[in-house]
Design a protein around this ligand. Structure first.
Ligand code: GLC
Length: 814
């Protein structure tokens, strides 16, 4: 550097006095008024708007410089109604009353207190302050025994107390360490639970934000570095209420095609057509069910999206057709980076039609990714999203029904790991910098993909998998948790991660089973597949250069165990699909922390090495090597060991035997689980749709009541949106000396291919003397399809087979 110019005294070179950060706050309330259902509160320095979305939810948005904008990001669905609370003003306070909440704004300090009608404090937003550069920070009260959940895809344990996280979609290679603050997805929803009272705070800001439950003693903070502080306060009081309301606000999953619930096999990469075909044949020969094989980046012509490499894959259409005959679908990877190559049609079109992100000065932003120097579509522009979506006709015309979106943070191989923060997004006429909307990029890409695929699929349901996302991504895509490693610790961490994702509106999620990077081992693959067989999204994926981890990679014993667990997933498909349906309607996660079902049990606030599938099935994976037993906590109630039938009284820990072929599983007495026939792929229409309802722990006493509703449709199209579905309601009610089983189709728009319905009463507390209208037959006769009932002497189970749609009630006499 030249020392003889003014640069010698560059401010960066001189140790001057540190510049004090000046934080401003609202100052006193000067005036307030209602405008169209929004309560505008003007302070001396800035204002805030309160909008009540329901009796239990309100939005609080800071606006400065007199500019009020009540638009939202696409995370928030258009709200049908807002409510007008009773407003009362005293000398000190402005008070808003709904039927559930009393929200008080302190006129001196702008502190916001939320109470219930008994006067108990639910939450207190003590202060909000901001810097002249636009960073905002809000301070909330925290109790000594506050617990925190949600926050989407984050590492570490279930309860986020004592942690700090950043929302900034990031491609960190080999992430998933406990101290990592930012991962691929950003769901700025924090759930706070204190003594059974729960609320959520959702910060609708797609720039960088922070949630700090570590640094401030009796407070936690929520901050953002750009954009507005725009929160939704979502009261419970139950945690299920928070999840339900948050997913009503940001959307729920669209019912996926049933095949997407199957087992998926992936690797970076299956290199050519022959390898893919051999893989598919191995699954079928070995009777290991499988629905999907993935094509990672090597399928493309030098990583150009919307192409196939002509040497490796000479006949993709023929290959895909042949695989479809076998019941296996292909999902190719599609990244956002478009190779800079004037001979490449997509790139040319993108430039000529102005679809790529640009700097303000007009030059296209280029970044380095797999294809080398690449341009990135500006998905904030509707016309660009449509252009991108439309190009998926390339895939659908080859018979492809699912797409894998990766690197959509967007990842760029540079120091920032992403696009320059000052790249512009045109955003349909409301331009924004990348810094302001970074976390939306991946979601907008998957939205464009989902919509484009749907348009070209003749009424069939598409499936999209994504790595990056923001609140609301659940409406378009399933999520996998990116590049974990084949570590036992990463297997264990997948549990709290997927559980918190479920609480954050992302029920359709899963990790790379077996681990992506590093080398898996026989035991790790077994244990991880046992667990993964019950995860909503179930894919085995591994990185280039790692040891192979297809189910048969470690010899026969490992293969047999893996086959058994994947097969169990397929037998449980009717139940699993049912849980997906429920999730699409209510937002309830498929995989649930025990806490969600037992919020009053102090033992489960941070329990995350076991989980529930739906409300009734406790799953306790083994996540350490050379381990043949583990402790399992069973909450109150009676629990049946799935494997042995043994009954356990809950409210305590038990020691569960867990040799390598056993993952401990327990079913709550009073539960009903619908199981189907084993098939090699979910949509095998040649198989009979016969369903067996397993009823656990039935008693001939009035205290026994159990209910279940089985949802069914074609599993493939959107016909269910026009009533083509059925809901079969099963009710089992005990009385002294008898048990009544009622069977009723509540909706009947879809007729499954079956003649019979089956019921198995698992370990009932009585032996039936007879069943009205049914004959007692042998187990063999029952298996041969005869109508009647039978007793399995070895287990004590009662088995019943009746014609579908004919009998409405059965009475079992003790
Ligand atoms: C990224 C993805 C990984 C994929 C690889 C190559 O690392 O997370 O799943 O296999 O890119 O496409």
């Amino acid at each position: 550097m030249m020392e003889d110019t003014s640069e010698a005294i560059h401010p960066d070179k001189v140790d001057g006095p540190a510049v004090q950060e000046v934080w401003s706050s609202f100052g006193q309330l000067r005036e307030w008024r209602e405008y169209d259902g929004a309560y505008l509160c003007h302070g001396q320095n800035a204002g805030a708007a309160l909008v009540f979305l329901s009796d239990a939810e309100f939005r609080f948005k800071v606006f400065s410089e007199g500019v009020l904008d009540l638009s939202t990001t696409i995370a928030v669905l258009p709200q049908k109604e807002i409510i007008r609370p009773d407003v009362e003003e005293s000398e000190q306070e402005l008070i808003f009353r709904t039927s559930m909440l009393v929200v008080t704004l302190d006129k001196q300090t702008f502190a916001l207190t939320v109470k219930d009608h008994e006067g108990s404090e639910i939450a207190r937003q003590e202060s909000i302050s901001w810097t002249p550069r636009g960073a905002t920070n809000a301070l909330f009260n925290m109790q000594e025994d506050s617990h925190f959940y949600g926050l989407g895809e984050k590492s570490s344990f279930l309860d986020k107390r004592g942690e700090r996280y950043t929302m900034w979609n990031t491609d960190v290679y080999a992430p998933h360490m406990p101290e990592i603050e930012a991962l691929y997805e950003s769901i700025p929803l924090l759930i706070h639970m204190h003594q059974g009272s729960t609320y959520g705070v959702f910060l609708d800001n797609p720039g960088r934000s922070d949630f700090d439950m570590r640094s401030h003693g009796v407070a936690y903070t929520i901050g953002c570095t750009t954009g507005s502080y725009d929160i939704y306060f979502i009261y419970g009081p139950e945690i299920k209420d928070v999840v339900r309301r948050y997913t009503a606000l940001t959307g729920r999953i669209t019912l996926p095609p049933k095949w997407a619930l199957g087992y998926h096999q992936s690797r970076y990469s299956y290199m050519d057509q022959q390898e893919v075909m051999e893989l598919a044949h191995s699954f079928r020969e070995k009777n290991i069910p499988c629905d999907v094989i993935y094509l990672d980046i090597h399928y493309m012509d030098e990583y150009r999206v919307f192409t196939f490499d002509k040497i490796r894959f000479p006949d993709p259409k023929g290959m895909i057709a042949e695989l479809k005959e076998m019941g296996i679908r292909i999902i190719p990877i599609v990244d956002p980076g478009v190779k800079k190559d004037p001979k490449y049609r997509i790139y040319r079109e993108g430039v000529q039609e102005e679809h790529f992100c640009r700097h303000l000065e007009g030059d296209i932003y280029y970044g380095n990714v797999w294809p080398g120097i690449s341009a990135f579509p500006d998905f904030t522009e509707t016309r660009t999203a449509q252009w991108w979506g439309d190009h998926h006709a390339f895939y659908t015309s080859l018979g492809i029904d699912g797409i894998w979106n990766d690197m959509n943070e967007p990842a760029v191989f540079n120091e920032l790991k992403t696009m320059d923060p000052d790249v512009m997004h045109l955003n349909d006429g409301d331009p924004m910098t990348h810094e302001e909307i970074h976390n939306l990029y991946g979601m907008l890409m998957s939205k464009a993909t989902y919509e484009g695929m749907k348009q070209h699929m003749n009424g069939r349901r598409p499936f999209v998998l994504t790595r990056a996302g923001y609140s609301g991504i659940q409406r378009y895509a399933a999520i996998w948790t990116g590049d974990n490693r084949s570590f036992w610790e990463h297997m264990a961490m997948a549990m709290p991660m997927i559980l918190n994702m479920g609480l954050s509106g992302l029920p359709f999620a899963g990790p790379d089973i077996g681990g992506f990077a590093h080398h898996t081992s026989d035991q790790l693959l077994v244990r991880w597949t046992q667990m993964g067989a019950f995860f909503p999204y179930c894919r085995n994926h591994s990185a280039i250069g790692t040891i192979r981890q297809e189910p048969w990679s470690f010899g026969e014993q490992v293969e047999d165990i893996i086959r058994e667990y994947i097969s169990l997933r397929y037998r449980w498909m009717p139940h699993l699909y049912n849980l997906f349906y429920e999730s699409s309607r209510t937002g309830m996660p498929i995989l649930r922390p025990v806490l969600l079902e037992y919020p009053r049990d102090p033992k489960v606030t941070n329990l995350c090495d076991q989980f529930l599938l739906g409300p009734d099935v406790m799953i306790a994976p083994v996540y350490r090597p050379d381990t043949d037993c583990r402790t399992v906590y069973l909450p109150e109630g009676i629990w049946h060991d799935y494997w042995t039938g043994e009954k356990h009284e809950g409210g305590r820990h038990i020691l569960a035997p867990a040799p390598l072929d056993v993952m401990p599983m327990y079913i709550r007495a009073g539960a009903i689980i619908a199981e189907g026939e084993l098939r090699q792929y979910a949509a095998d229409h040649r198989a009979d749709d016969v369903v067996t309802f397993h009823i656990y722990g039935a008693e001939a006493k009035s205290s026994f009541q159990a209910e279940y509703t089985l949802y069914e449709d074609d599993g493939e199209t959107f016909a269910h949106e026009n009533g083509k579905y059925s809901r079969l309601h099963i009710r089992v009610s005990g009385e002294e000396g008898a048990l009544a089983l009622s069977i009723r189709y509540m909706d009947d728009g879809y007729q499954a291919q079956r003649e019979h319905l089956r019921f198995t009463l698992r370990q009932p507390a009585f032996t039936p003397a007879g069943i009205d209208q049914l004959e007692r037959i042998t187990l063999d006769e029952l298996a041969a399809g005869q109508i009647g009932w039978s007793l399995d002497d070895s287990s004590g189970d009662i088995l019943i087979q009746i014609p579908d749609r004919q009998l409405e009630q059965l009475i079992l006499r003790a």
